[in-house]
Design a protein around this ligand. Structure first.
Ligand SMILES: Cc1cc2nc3c(=O)[nH]c(=O)nc-3n(C[C@H](O)[C@H](O)[C@H](O)COP(=O)(O)O)c2cc1C
Length: 340
């Protein structure tokens, strides 16, 4: 883990009430997926290039028409008001200051209209009241959102380890009714209602990614919801190559889950992701230092990424290609014994 993330985590643990810390930190079931996520990134091995003039490193990119200084975005997480009084307003300002963007959760502590100027996306759930889902998304458009991220992996709330009253917060809490009967048609409905690109979050299979794109998605987010939904769901590091290959460059592929250093992010981008999202690290940063904490976290991760890009011989994000990695699980080249 990057040292700044470790220190922000320690500060958040000291500052937050125990039940808030446990709500943010926890995962579903036996927390197998939660713990596996960072290990899966650590298992990726690199094949660095040499002598490539890495005196200048560029981490900028364009995503759905928005120019960003970094491919490190802020994942949608609920209830930032539990971490800092200004909640998502502070998170959005910190993200914008770092040249990144916030994906605002449906379960935000703040109104959509409070989000400060700067690029941001809106995360939607399909609720039982479909018109309510669409009108919330339309409100997000009026408030300035430039894309919609439809979370597809919450037909029901996962069996959260240490679930508390905090799991029941916000407008998409179970009583407000996520719709377990939702299907691919929700993608087109959201796209039509908002006129914005719709990304589907929670995709872990190539066939699902293709089905989402056919149904009108403009991109997918490979994610197992930070290990908070179906425990033992495959790690996003392991699902990413299959999804990238199925999508075949037709649309952006983003990824989240357990990314804690520039090296983790380098591996994700080299495996074919166009950008990554951070969940819990941003919550710790917000608790530890408000908007400034969020900005420092994102800047530190971006600087760390730039540093390892240089060491790997990549000057720009487009030079982070699959030949840079030996993917986890890939069989090592057959070795001939020197004695045989
Ligand atoms: C406290 C918490 C709340 C979350 N709330 C949401 C949410 O409202 N909507 C959503 O799509 N994902 C939600 N997620 C999942 C994140 O968007 C993301 O997939 C995950 O946190 C990434 O893993 P990481 O925390 O290891 O970086 C939440 C995650 C956490 C930790």
């Amino acid at each position: 883990m990057h040292p700044l993330l470790s220190s922000q985590l320690a500060a958040a643990r000291a500052l937050l009430p125990d039940d808030v810390f446990a709500y943010y930190a926890g995962g579903a079931g036996g927390q197998v997926s939660l713990h596996e996520a960072p290990d899966a990134w650590s298992a990726v091995r690199l094949r660095p290039r040499v002598l490539r003039d890495v005196s200048r490193i560029d981490t900028s990119l364009e995503l759905f028409g928005t120019r960003l200084e970094t491919p490190v975005l802020v994942a949608p997480t609920a209830a930032h008001g539990l971490a800092a009084p200004e909640g998502e307003v502070a998170t959005a300002s910190g993200a914008a200051a770092a040249g990144s963007l916030l994906v605002l959760s449906t379960r935000s502590s703040r109104d959509l209209e409070d989000v400060p100027a700067g690029p941001w996306w809106f995360q939607a759930y399909v609720m039982r009241d479909r018109e309510r889902t669409l009108s919330l998304a339309r409100r997000a458009v009026s408030a300035g959102a430039s894309a919609v991220v439809l979370t597809g992996d919450v037909p029901y709330l996962g069996q959260r380890h240490g679930r508390s009253r905090l799991d029941l917060l916000g407008p998409a809490a179970p009583e407000a009714g996520q719709d377990p009967s939702a299907g691919l048609e929700a993608i087109g409905q959201l796209a039509e209602a908002t006129g914005l690109p719709v990304l589907v979050k929670g995709v872990l299979r190539g066939d699902d990614a293709v089905a989402c794109l056919h149904a009108g998605a403009a991109g997918v987010v490979v994610s197992n919801h930070g290990g908070r939904q179906l425990d033992r769901a495959v790690a996003s590091a392991h699902a990413l190559p299959e999804v990238v290959s199925a999508v075949g460059g037709q649309a952006p592929v983003l990824v989240d889950g357990g990314l804690r250093s520039g090296l983790d992010i380098l591996c994700a981008l080299a495996l074919g992701a166009d950008a990554v999202l951070l969940g819990r690290p941003v919550l710790w940063a917000l608790a530890a230092g408000g908007a400034d904490g969020v900005e420092s976290c994102l800047r530190a991760m971006t600087e760390d990424l730039a540093h390892v890009m240089g060491l790997a011989g990549a000057r720009s994000l487009s030079e982070l290609t699959p030949d840079l990695v030996s993917a986890p699980g890939q069989a090592p080249a057959a070795r001939t014994s020197p004695l045989s």
